[in-house]
Ligand binder design. Structure first.
Ligand SMILES: [Fe+2]
Ligand SMILES: [Fe+2]
Length: 368
């Protein structure tokens, strides 16, 4: 959807002359609402200047903000290993990945801004605990193998979640996801490759890789959110085509992808109930400890306090950068405005000059 609401059917409500967004009706949706619903039904994109229901807007802001916060908080557990990466090659790869995550945060805050919510406001909500980020980042990275397990499992789960978001009904979010998914795919492969090197290394290295997978497997499954029957926002998000698949569907897809990959890695997934179910055409897996999930969500995970403290501190320490950038933008803006008024004056002068030369030419012509 690239135009004003209503134009999906070739007619803006205004054009009909009898509808306004406030004229909602006692007995039916307004023309704006009907146009929005029709665009969603036709799989068109909703764009920032289109009319949209308040609840659609606030759902998107909440989801995009949570996603953006997860990207930037997610930099912390891995950044922890940049100085200790075992080789220059590994260090360069990890730095590139952590920088990518910062970039993902920036695209997503920009996408949220198109909905009328400023970055300052979102960061303030993150820092004061009023908005969440993915609980997975509240677990510690205890060994170098955790960097591999995060890439393989956490970025892998993120891709499974995010590929369908490339078709999300809100245009700026969908477009941001296209690039993000390409980069996430690099992240997933670097994690897999790192774990493979460890798994084929010494028995101690293999043990370290297995231990990391043992610790990250279940939290990765929790990344898809609560089971469908307990998921508060899922049904409406699916009706609006923000979400395309349910939490449980995506979780199952992820398990099915990971099982053969774990086999190629020579590592075991820590779930004795994991087995192929011929009838369903999927892997069955054991029950998830939702109590642990809720505890981490409530702020009682191993690293919740540390992550948010570090984030607040980084924000405070970065104040001078924001101030310098704002001062530069103001100075640059003032100069540009000065140049614009100079060039207005010049063009006023040259148009005077133009008429002089015009006179001259006229005179000349007259004289010819
Ligand atoms: Fe990311
Ligand atoms: Fe990533």
């Amino acid at each position: 959807m690239t135009t004003a609401p209503g134009t999906a059917q070739g007619l803006a409500p205004e054009a009909s002359g009898d509808v306004s967004p406030d004229s909602a009706p006692g007995d039916g949706p307004s023309a704006y609402e009907a146009a929005f619903e029709a665009a969603i039904a036709a799989d068109e994109r909703v764009e920032p200047r289109d009319w949209m229901p308040d609840a659609y807007r606030s759902t998107l802001v909440r989801q995009i903000a949570q996603h953006a916060h997860s990207e930037i908080i997610g930099m912390q557990p891995e950044a922890n290993w940049i100085t200790r990466a075992p080789s220059l090659r590994r260090k360069a790869i990890l730095m590139a990945k952590v920088q990518d995550e910062a970039g993902h945060g920036l695209y997503l805050y920009s996408a949220a801004e198109t909905l009328g919510t400023g970055r300052d406001e979102l960061l303030d909500k993150l820092h004061s605990g009023r908005q969440k980020y993915s609980s997975i980042f509240n677990y510690p990275t205890l060994t170098w193998a955790d960097v591999g397990a995060i890439g393989w499992l956490v970025d892998g789960a993120a891709i499974t979640n995010q590929v369908p978001l490339c078709r999300c009904s809100y245009g700026p979010y969908a477009r941001a996801m296209v690039r993000i998914c390409k980069e996430e795919s690099f992240h997933q492969r670097q994690g897999y490759e790192l774990l493979l090197a460890l798994s084929r290394g010494t028995p101690a290295q293999h043990g370290m890789a297995q231990d990391a997978v043992d610790r990250w497997w279940w939290p990765s499954l929790m990344m898809f959110g609560p089971p469908d029957e307990a998921s508060a926002h899922s049904a409406q998000s699916m009706a609006w085509k923000i979400k395309r698949h349910s939490n449980d569907e995506l979780r199952q897809r992820f398990v099915d992808i990971c099982v053969p990959q774990a086999k190629s890695l020579g590592l075991t997934l820590p779930d004795p109930a994991l087995r192929w179910n011929e009838e369903r055409g999927h892997h069955d897996f054991g029950p998830i400890d939702w109590e642990e999930f809720h505890e981490v969500l409530r702020g009682n995970g191993p690293c919740n306090a540390q992550r948010i403290d570090r984030r607040r501190r980084a924000h405070e320490e970065g104040a001078w950068v924001r101030e310098a950038a704002a001062a530069y933008a103001a100075k640059h803006g003032a100069r540009a405005a000065g140049r614009a008024s100079d060039s207005d004056r010049d063009s006023a002068r040259s148009s005077d000059g133009g008429s002089d030369s015009g006179h001259a030419r006229t005179d000349g012509e007259a004289g010819a």
